[in-house]
Design a protein around this ligand. Structure first.
Ligand code: HEC
Length: 100
């Protein structure tokens, strides 16, 4: 999901979400350029609309705000389709540490 200094350097590169977002309670090292995503779906809802929004935002953040400093992970080919799905699942699943 994201690369931290504590991650295995041989593991595939992620979206580095932690560089800008809080995501879970367990990871205490994160940047604060972006809003906290902890409890993202718990607060915003688990419905299809939020799921679509989350996918769209990660795919192309600038489709929502033209000057977003968040990378356009799908549009720019930083993450594969599979990785995008995993990231959205991370944000949206009730079982995810994000929503615990
Ligand atoms: C370089 C910093 C940066 C990185 C890296 C980054 N983001 Fe963001 N993100 C932002 C900023 C800034 C915002 C809020 C402003 C905006 O909408 O662009 C944001 C907004 C979001 C939102 C919308 C939040 C809401 O409340 O509507 C989601 C979802 C999101 N990011 C997910 C991710 C995920 C998942 C990753 C990793 C794959 C990621 N971001 C990586 C900077 C970043």
């Amino acid at each position: 999901m994201g690369k931290q200094f504590s991650d295995d350097p041989k593991a595939p590169a992620g979206g580095n979400c932690y560089a800008c977002h809080q995501l879970t309670k367990e990871e205490v090292s994160y940047g604060t350029i972006g809003p906290s995503l902890y409890n993202f779906a718990k607060l915003r809802g688990y419905g299809e609309q939020i799921q679509r929004y989350a996918y769209g935002k990660v795919y192309n953040s600038q489709a929502f705000s033209a000057c977003s400093s968040m990378p356009r992970f799908g549009h720019a080919g930083i993450l594969t389709e599979d990785q995008l799905r995993h990231v959205v699942a991370l944000l949206m699943s009730p079982e995810s540490p994000v929503n615990k």
